[in-house]
Write a protein that binds this ligand. Sequence first.
Ligand SMILES: *[C@@H]1O[C@H](CO)[C@@H](O)[C@H](O)[C@H]1NC(C)=O
Ligand SMILES: *[C@@H]1O[C@H](CO)[C@@H](O)[C@H](O)[C@H]1NC(C)=O
Ligand SMILES: *[C@@H]1O[C@H](CO)[C@@H](O)[C@H](O)[C@H]1NC(C)=O
Ligand SMILES: *[C@@H]1O[C@H](CO)[C@@H](O)[C@H](O)[C@H]1NC(C)=O
Ligand SMILES: *[C@@H]1O[C@H](CO)[C@@H](O)[C@H](O)[C@H]1NC(C)=O
Ligand SMILES: *[C@@H]1O[C@H](CO)[C@@H](O)[C@H](O)[C@H]1NC(C)=O
Ligand SMILES: *[C@@H]1O[C@H](CO)[C@@H](O)[C@H](O)[C@H]1NC(C)=O
Length: 806
Amino acid sequence: MKTAVPYCLCWLPLLLPLLVLPASVVAQAYSNKTLGSSLTAGDNESWASESGEFAFGFKEIGTGGYLLAVWFNKISEKTVVWSANGGNLVKKGSKVQLTSDGNFVLNDQEGEKIWPVDSTITGVAYAAMLDSGNFVLVRQDSINLWESFDNPTDTILPTQALNQGSKLVARLSETNYSSGRFMFKLQSNGSLTMYTTDFPQDSENFPYWSSQTTGFQVIFNQSGSIYLKARNGSKLMDVLTNEASTEDYYQRAILEYDGVFRQYVYPKSAGSSAGRPMAWSSLTSFVPENICTSIRAETGSGACGFNSYCTMGNDDRPYCQCPPGYTFLDAQDDMSGCKQNFVPESCSEESQEKGLFSFEEMTDVDWPLSDYGHFTEVTEDWCRQACLDDCFCDVAIFGDQGDCWKKRTPLSNGRTESNNGRKILIKVRKDNSTSEPSSEGNKDQSTLIITESVLLGGSVFLNCLLLLSAFLYIFRKRKSKTLQPHQAMVGANLKNFSYKALEVATDGFKDELGRGAFSTVYKGTLAHDNGQLVAVKKLDRMVRGVEVEFETEVSAIGRTNHKNLVQLLGFCNEGQHRLLVYEFMSNGSLATFLFGNSRPHWDKRTQIILGTARGLLYLHEECSTQIIHCDIKPQNILLDDFLTARISDFGLAKLLRTDQTRTTTGIRGTKGYVAPEWFKTVPVTAKVDVYSFGIVLLELIFCRKNFETAVEDENQMVLADWAYDSYLERKLDLLVEKDQEALDNMEKMEKFVMIAIWCIQEDPSQRPTMKKVTQMLEGAIEVPLPPDPSPFSKSFPHQPLLCRRN
Ligand SMILES: *[C@@H]1O[C@H](CO)[C@@H](O)[C@H](O)[C@H]1NC(C)=O
Ligand SMILES: *[C@@H]1O[C@H](CO)[C@@H](O)[C@H](O)[C@H]1NC(C)=O
Ligand SMILES: *[C@@H]1O[C@H](CO)[C@@H](O)[C@H](O)[C@H]1NC(C)=O
Ligand SMILES: *[C@@H]1O[C@H](CO)[C@@H](O)[C@H](O)[C@H]1NC(C)=O
Ligand SMILES: *[C@@H]1O[C@H](CO)[C@@H](O)[C@H](O)[C@H]1NC(C)=O
Ligand SMILES: *[C@@H]1O[C@H](CO)[C@@H](O)[C@H](O)[C@H]1NC(C)=O
Ligand SMILES: *[C@@H]1O[C@H](CO)[C@@H](O)[C@H](O)[C@H]1NC(C)=O
């Protein structure tokens, strides 16, 4: 979750002297441009809107090239918000005109038409640059024939909307406006998706971000909010959140060349700037959260160029760096990819190149998906030699489980990955390899983060000085220091096991511990780790399409750490094989403990109740992404050496879910424990776990399964019903007739029953959160009198029905 630092201020003008050209363009007074009007590149003329805030015309980019564009006209940067001709520059003398017969065309200096490419806009009566930033071509009857708002490039403005099928395509670099490597698209089916493109074509390659909901339009409304709108006009979800007003700030949202969709604001006047600099500053909300790890595509280079690797800076911007022995293809462009700064190894027989290469070592970096060889149970020396002996091998990766991967260039999807337990061996030529890692891959246009408090008070001049010095200081610091890997991946200390290694560990998957609908669990021993006992879970099937997300999901699970959770130690993702390696729990599951031969002590049961509640609370509220378990039941609550409750199988719901739509066949969870909303068309929330916890709580109190047929009285078949009826009749003691310990703790037991009844309310909103549940269990807050769990349908129609069917 993002912390609430109000703004990240990024002073592009300070940082991009090249881009900031003097305002040499003279705007003509506003009027509707009638037939015969034209603009010529190099003539210093443009068509401004009535307020003068936007202008349309040729903007000089660098030296000698002109971009036909719309820009913010009242600010010194003249920031471009739309461009014609695919962002390609035209030469001086090129002309855009509204011909006397109503066509609107851009011709080059020789009079050849270059834009629009495949058609000509005809029947135009006049053109107008509107104050919204929309450039329109209008027919005689005032119908807009064409609008720049309907044909966006990489930017949208307040009052602009993206319709289904529309897209934004990022520019190639900060200063090159032609189509780049990322796309932001509202699909025709309503899902809002960000893709890498098949650069230089702008077709969709790999989706790296997607909205959870589908919508009809993306709206950038008058007040500066950007959200997904339903067909009926209601807001479905915020795309970005914004707290700056459009009255005081110019605003724009842009899919930037680094693949991130960000919103920027610029004070309209010094008076309204509230201490912010007179420059564009980016808001704290942006998507995707981490571009570096979002992309894992079979084709394309990933977030950075080929052979480079991506690190999220502390300013929430991605930085591309080259591995040792490599430098940027284009020193000015850190997204250009990296080349070997030595002569690559020759594979021809004549040249004896053996012995001329050695390795530069790195850690915490990975280039997933570009292996061409994988060996298991080898030593590091073996791995090194294998790569040295192979003229195709450019990089070898050695994993601490005895894995060795060979990779060849170009490497793709490079990213920093802390503590992945791998040694990265970059093969370089000995004689002229650079010993220094080329870590100056930081953007030339370094960006600067500073909180606005620095700027409060003080004159504009002082602020500028302060800014400039802060900028110089940080810029120097950046230059002199290697960029530190981002801390976000710390904690995902997972081992990537080979299938072979797990086969060995489990002695050929011999000792089966348990079996679920989608998986089988085996006992194993890790020889490498002092004979540590593990439980190896072999997944038989996964949701289609989830295969690619496997490692992402698993690393999310791996980042969780709580004493009431079973710790994931590693995984295997090899070919068809998907396995998860967990700590081994010596005391088996709560199911065996609870429904076994002897009744466990009340105190132990109380501890297990509290432990389970705390584990769930952690999953719901305390880990970085909320995890809904979806299958809480005694079989999934394991007990360690000290009989501490440890929740297992969390986070698997996403990987194993058979179906997105919850038809009865798609229900996750286990009959008897599943919440009623699974059967309805209402959203499934963390409250489904609260429900299941309520059932498990009753089972723990009464040491009995929720559903039992071998009972004398039919009213006792469903424990939840029986408990509620007995609670109402104040006859709970009948349920624990033979349990002296429980009878001795009647008051506490009754309280627990009340909490359980709260948890199993049919209406999810009536159920308390796990936080509340935990507080009530701990006695920190009072337990109010619970209402009837299913007020509308007498006594739980769903589960008994399902159970009876079998
Ligand atoms: C431009 O044309 C529109 C529609 O004909 C008209 O409403 C508007 O007043 C005109 N604006 C100017 C400045 O001539
Ligand atoms: C455009 O303006 C620049 C700077 O003010 C000037 O140097 C140049 O001569 C002007 N060009 C024309 C064609 O007026
Ligand atoms: C922008 O990049 C494209 C594609 O690499 C290139 O053809 C074009 O010349 C570049 N434009 C500028 C102004 O550098
Ligand atoms: C929408 O379409 C895209 C591509 O056509 C597809 O990948 C995606 O799954 C679809 N989304 C929904 C919700 O149907
Ligand atoms: C823009 O959207 C935000 C969030 O939905 C809403 O609060 C605001 O009133 C909207 N503004 C306008 C002018 O519709
Ligand atoms: C509009 O549609 C959405 C779903 O598409 C729905 O959740 C919402 O209740 C609807 N609002 C109105 C006012 O009909
Ligand atoms: C290594 O040698 C090649 C060819 O002689 C040369 O192009 C390259 O610049 C050299 N690299 C370094 C780092 O000296």
